[in-house]
Ligand binder design. Structure first.
Ligand code: EAX
Length: 331
């Protein structure tokens, strides 16, 4: 073999043995969120970036503001590993992993303390594990928060006021079914939806208070009812095969940084909720702080018997969550 050819072979072997692991450890992670800076997803993503970059050679590049498309499309890109990670609202996940519907079960959690106990406990871990079926590594739960109804047609106090209202819902079978049961006329759409509300394609939407403030929905929605009908988690995920291919210490570090970012972000959301509400009132929204939730609950009481919750795995997961909730309530 010619001397240059030998050197080339040695160089390649050297790169394989020494070069690649370094390049790997210092590589760039693409992370997708659908929302714009200042949003709950971005607060989590930016904290994760800050923590991981301070503790390693990884670079995190955040793609935001729908630059990768809707949340459904981001999840598809994570599955293909063209994007490695994402902070994604649980709603659109349910098309990929139906068990995720369990977190979004209407009126499941009474408050943030219950959420933390359940999602950070064995039930939450079981759900994150279930994501592996769709080749996602579930790292942590951050949050969108409790979802509330806004609309332009009339003040909504009881569920009868919802009748016939054209509402945008997330691209999720559960959310569509839920609003159908409540008597509305639901249309699934990706995010954002300001133009559709402005043009009157839809009359209503439902989201946590930070969304209504940050996306200026108060400009195009008059009435706000604090229904808190669904707790909306984000699931912070990675492509499973990419993640499993990393050195164990990197996996551990990425997981820890995301868990810390999620804890930080949930606190951020909760600390700011009262402030978002005052700002929405000051902006002129007509707020019903105590809608008659018993009327809403009654309409969705049988939701667990519908097709969206049928199937062995989803029934088992629902049972796990319901028992966990009863347990912490001491029932
Ligand atoms: O986080 O699509 C939705 O309604 C989400 O809550 C939105 O991305 C804001």
């Amino acid at each position: 073999m010619k001397i240059w050819a030998k050197r080339l072979v040695l160089l390649c072997v050297g790169l394989l043995v020494f070069g690649l692991p370094q390049a790997w450890a210092g590589s760039t992670i693409k992370l997708g969120v659908v929302t714009k800076p200042g949003s709950a997803q971005n607060v989590c993503a930016e904290k994760f970036k800050e923590l991981l970059e301070a503790r390693s050679d990884y670079q995190v590049k955040i793609y935001h503001s729908a630059s990768l498309g809707t949340e459904t499309q981001i999840l598809q890109q994570i599955q293909m590993n063209t994007v490695q990670m994402g902070v994604i609202t649980a709603g659109p996940f349910d098309v990929f992993v139906p068990e995720v519907r369990v977190i979004n079960y209407p009126f499941l959690f009474a408050n943030a303390q219950e959420v933390d106990q359940i999602l950070d406990g064995p039930a939450g871990r079981k759900l994150l594990k279930a994501l592996e079926k769709a080749r996602f590594k579930g790292l942590a739960f951050s949050e969108n928060g409790f979802r509330h109804l806004t609309n332009n047609v009339r003040p909504v106090h009881t569920v009868d006021d919802v009748k016939g209202i054209k509402i945008r819902v997330m691209e999720s079978a559960l959310h569509k079914e839920l609003w159908r049961l409540l008597g509305a006329n639901p249309t699934p759409m990706g995010w954002p939806i300001y133009t559709e509300l402005q043009q009157g394609t839809i009359d209503a939407q439902e989201n946590p208070l930070w969304v209504i403030w940050t996306y200026k929905l108060y400009e195009v929605q008059k009435y706000l009812s604090l229904t808190g009908h669904v707790y909306s988690a984000h699931i912070d995920v990675a492509n499973l095969d990419w993640f499993n291919g990393l050195p164990p210490k990197d996996r551990e570090l990425i997981q820890r940084c995301m868990q810390e970012a999620a804890v930080y972000q949930r606190k951020w959301n909760r600390d700011n909720e009262a402030d978002f509400l005052s700002k929405l009132k000051a902006a002129g929204m007509v707020v019903d702080e105590h809608p008659d939730l018993a009327t809403f609950r009654a309409k969705v009481a049988d939701i667990r018997n519908l097709d969206i919750y049928s199937g062995k795995d989803i029934q088992a997961m629902l049972q796990t969550f319901m028992e966990a909730v009863s347990h912490i309530r001491g029932q």
